[in-house]
Design a protein around this ligand. Structure first.
Ligand code: PGA
Length: 254
């Protein structure tokens, strides 16, 4: 059985004090939730503070990006070594906003995934097609290329630590989530690919998430599907009560 995952991607929102207030408010409701992998991904600025605040709680911390080198003259960057030393567990890699706004390529994403794994960080590797690509009927082809290139030269012992998030670009931040059938189809396609590329055992263990306009009202329908192990949530994860609602639904449904 795969544990359901609720990962909050806070993007460039929340000051340090707002992040800490959120944590203080959700901890009491979340300590009794044992069957959900809860992950908060704040800005780099809040990570150190939240590390302290989350100690002894079941909530894990994730970064939203990293650079692949361990250390060096890379102004403005943060390395997997620094994140791992701090106590961060997860890192989002290859989010479409990084690919789109900052020109991240599949090969850069690949270097980041490998660097994260080499410092025992667990990548939440994001893939997904644009609206144009979906309308052209090439969704699977696009996803396959992102998988092949983003996970190039990865061995089985590394792959076991991956989480993959299917996030169609047109569904992110738009209020228009993918249909249940589209999400289910893409995630099944990803699981089959993982099985071929690594092994059936790894594909059965790997958490595969859906992301894109998930909220407390629609999360239940996604999580009710056996293929979908959880959600990567942006906008709706910023509010304490919505986050608590979504982890509670995940806890009850799976
Ligand atoms: P959204 O973002 O939930 O606001 O659509 C999802 C994401 O970017 O991971």
């Amino acid at each position: 059985m795969r544990k359901p995952v609720i990962a909050a991607n806070w993007k460039m929102y929340k000051t340090v004090s707002e992040s800490r207030k959120f944590v203080n408010e959700v901890i009491p409701a979340c300590t009794s939730i044992t069957e959900v992998e809860m992950i908060l991904c704040p800005t780099f600025l809040s990570l150190a503070h939240m590390c302290e605040d989350l100690q002894g709680t079941p909530i894990k911390l994730g970064a939203q990006n990293l650079f692949w080198e361990k250390e060096g003259a890379y102004t403005g960057e943060v390395s997997p070594y620094l994140l791992s030393e701090l106590g961060v567990t997860y890192v989002i890699i290859g989010h479409s906003e990084r690919r789109g706004h900052f020109g991240e390529t599949d090969s850069q994403v690949n270097r980041k995934v490998k660097a994260a794994l080499s410092f025992n960080l667990k990548p939440i590797f994001c893939i997904g097609e644009s609206l144009e690509q979906r309308e052209q009927g090439i969704t699977n082809k696009v996803i396959e290329k992102q998988l092949e290139q983003g996970l190039l030269e990865m061995d089985q012992s590394s792959a076991i630590n991956l989480t993959i998030a299917y996030e169609p670009i047109w569904a992110i931040g738009t209020g228009r989530s993918a249909s249940l059938e589209d999400a289910r189809e893409a995630i099944s396609f990803i699981r089959q690919w993982v099985s071929r590329a690594f092994s059936q055992e790894i594909s059965e263990k790997m958490p595969l998430l859906y992301g894109g306009s998930v909220n407390p009202d629609n999360i239940g329908q996604f999580l009710a599907r056996q293929e979908i192990d959880g959600a990567l949530i942006g906008g709706a994860s910023l509010k304490e009560d919505a986050f608590i609602k979504m982890v509670t639904i995940a806890n009850n449904i799976k």
